[in-house]
Each structure stands twice: as structure tokens, then as C-alpha cells.
Design a protein around this ligand. Structure first.
Ligand code: TRP
Length: 357
């Protein structure tokens, strides 16, 4: 492990709620793997966020936290290159959350479109806790504790990132004398503690789940292909895709669900173009054939992940994961404590440096 790196920082995270699927891969995880070499990357396990909705099932949160790290490592995140961070063991995040809660209006938080959507769709509307909406402020702290330049996330996270940018601007203006006419990219240069970070949205904004294409891929809708699925499971699930097309000679719609998958997972653009062309002309090309090619391609993506996963499925695998989490979090605390110290200085809230270990 290299100590404090001079590369620009990247931060993103996942709430541990279950295994990662292909929607996560194209939405963000693929990007993370690619960024590791050129950026100082921090990948956060948002177990405190999981607690906001599952405080009555904490044993599950603990196991899901370990499992998601297995998914990350299988996917190609390299703990020798990147830092894996456990949210609950970074006290600076909880502290910054408190300060940041004052820099946002109640309306900013309660009007956050992703939050509003969650309250509606998760049946939380009448019964969510006082603390639940706080996770959105917490996410600003998750991010800003590391002062990153980029946040690779799926499209649904954009409102959170916008809120975070708002907090960063407000803090820099209020406590670091940065003018409100400063361009976003110049905040640090102008003396701000926080750079205004940018979201990097994944290459496929919304991957449908296997089915008729009306739902997005999601664990709760039972239509997901997981990174940990076997070849057989992949094939079986791909076969659940339905287009309504009757025969290989029927002209098909090259924008249908099947082709959303083709575009997401076939590697060769020329082959994609050829399939689209033949499909739309009904040039003797069956859905079944395309599904087979698709399953093979997805399998080729998942095979190296399966191979890497074997290590952690052995007895004692969880302990290896816990050690990786501890080592990463220790490193993360160096950066987050430095941020908190500087933030407290800027706010006149510091009374000397502290050390945590
Ligand atoms: N809210 C994100 C999700 O559910 C997870 C998350 C927590 C996150 N903290 C973050 C993402 C910070 C990016 C940056 O997917």
C-alpha cells in the first residue's frame, strides 16, 4: 500500500443491501475499476446508510457489508491500489454530517428527488424515522471528507451529488472567503477547503431487468443477473427476456430490451451494428440466437470475477475481508481527519488537533 498519494482523489460507495448485479456494473462499478490506476480511489461501505432502514436487522447489514467487498474484489477492485472504507469507523463523517446539516435548508433535504421517490416507492411515506432523510446529508459528508474531484455513480444518485456540491460551495463561501461568483472548478484555487466534485454517470444509465423491459434491474424486483451468478443462471435469466417477436424473419425493433443488453454487453461495435441491421430487416436472425450470444458475452465478463471470488469463498475468507476493511479504513481516516481538522479550523470550532488510531 502506498501512503498518501498525490493523484487526484475519487470517492464513491454502495449501501450494503445485497449482492451486486449487472446494473451496478454498468452504472458505476466498471468505471471504478478503470479509474483505479490514475486516481487515488476511495470506495465506501455505507453501512450507516443501511442502518437508516434496517436498524432492526443489523446482523444482515454486517454480513451484507462483507459480501459487497467480495463483489468489489471479484469485480476487479484492488485493495493494494484503492482504499476500502467502512463508514461507521470514520468518525469525521458523522461529525461533518452534523455541521453540513446546517448548511442545507430543510426543504433542500426533503425536496431531494431521489429521497422523495424512495419515500413513495419503499412504502416509507407514513413511517420513516426522523433519521432516515439524514442519510442524504451524510452522503455529502461521505464525499467531502475525502475532498474528491470525481464521484462515479449511477443516474439515481445525481440529486445527492448536487446537494453535496451545494454544501461544498456554501462551506467555501461562508468559511473560506470564496466569492459566490467563483466558477466551480476554481473553488480550491480561490482558497476553498472543498473542491466542487463532479459526478461521473455510468455508460448505461438504466439497465432493464430480465423480463419485458419495463422495470429497471433490481434485487427487489427479482429480475437481476448477479456478478456472482453461474453460467447456467446467466443463461436461464437471459432467456426470461421477452420482446414479443414471433419469428427470425419478423422485422424487430433494434431499441428493444434485448438490444439494450446487446449494446451493454457485446464487446464488438461492428457486431452490434450488424445484429441491429439484420434484426430490423428480419434477416433470419432469431431472438434465441441473440440471447445465446449475449449469454456468452456476459459469461466472458463474469468468468474472471468467478475466478477471483474463489479465494474469499474458502473458510476464513470473511476474516481476510475484514482485514482488508480495517487496513483501508485506517488509511481513509488519515485523509478524513485532516479534512475535519481543517473544516473545524475554518469554522472556528477547533481547539487543537486530536489523534485517533
Ligand atoms: N447512496 C448510495 C447508494 O445507495 C451509496 C453511497 C453512500 C454513496 N455514500 C456515498 C455513493 C457517497 C457515492 C458517494 O447507492
Amino acid at each position: 500500500m502506498t501512503p498518501a498519494s498525490s493523484k487526484p482523489r475519487v470517492l464513491t460507495g454502495d449501501t450494503p443491501t445485497g449482492r451486486l448485479h449487472l446494473g451496478h456494473w454498468v452504472g458505476s462499478v466498471e468505471r471504478r475499476v478503470a479509474l483505479q490506476k490514475d486516481y487515488d480511489c476511495y470506495f465506501l461501505l455505507a453501512n450507516m446508510h443501511a442502518f437508516t432502514t434496517r436498524f432492526d436487522r443489523t446482523a444482515d447489514i454486517r454480513q451484507d457489508t462483507i459480501e459487497i467487498v467480495k463483489d468489489w474484489l471479484a469485480a476487479g477492485i484492488d485493495p493494494a491500489q484503492s482504499t476500502i472504507v467502512l463508514q461507521t469507523e470514520v468518525p469525521a463523517i458523522a461529525e461533518l454530517t452534523w455541521y453540513f446539516a446546517m448548511l442545507l435548508s430543510f426543504k433542500d433535504v426533503m425536496g431531494n428527488p431521489t429521497l422523495v421517490h424512495e419515500l413513495k416507492t419503499k412504502g416509507l411515506e407514513e413511517k420513516y424515522s426522523f433519521g432516515f432523510p439524514m442519510y442524504t446529508v451524510g452522503q455529502c459528508a461521505d464525499i467531502l471528507a475525502f475532498r474528491p474531484v470525481f464521484i462515479p455513480v449511477g443516474e439515481d444518485q445525481e440529486p445527492h451529488i448536487e446537494m453535496c456540491r451545494k454544501v461544498a460551495r456554501k462551506f467555501d463561501q461562508l468559511y473560506c472567503n470564496v466569492s459566490d461568483r467563483t466558477a466551480d472548478q476554481d473553488y480550491e484555487k480561490a482558497g476553498g477547503l472543498f473542491p466542487i466534485p463532479k459526478a461521473l454517470i455510468g455508460r448505461i444509465a438504466r439497465l432493464p431487468g430480465v423480463g419485458d423491459g419495463t422495470q429497471k434491474m433490481s434485487k427487489s424486483l427479482n429480475n437481476a443477473i448477479y456478478l456472482s451468478d453461474t453460467s447456467k443462471e446467466v443463461q436461464k435469466k437471459i432467456n426470461k427476456i421477452t420482446t414479443g417477436r414471433q419469428s427470425p424473419t419478423e422485422p424487430g425493433n433494434p431499441d428493444n430490451i434485448l438490444f439494450k443488453f446487446v449494446e451493454a454487453f457485446l464487446a464488438d461495435p461492428a457486431r452490434i451494428a450488424e445484429l441491429k441491421d439484420r434484426y430490423s430487416r428480419g434477416d433470419n436472425i432469431g431472438d434465441g440466437h441473440i440471447k445465446q450470444e449475449l449469454a456468452q458475452s456476459i459469461d466472458a465478463l463474469l468468468e474472471p470475477m468467478r475466478a477471483r471470488r474463489v479465494e474469499f469463498e474458502k473458510p476464513g475468507g470473511d476474516d481476510v475481508i475484514i482485514d482488508i476493511i480495517k487496513a483501508g479504513t485506517k488509511r481513509a481516516n488519515i485523509v478524513a481527519e485532516e479534512t475535519l481538522y481543517r473544516a473545524k479550523q475554518a469554522m472556528n470550532m477547533d481547539f487543537g488537533k486530536r489523534t485517533i488510531s
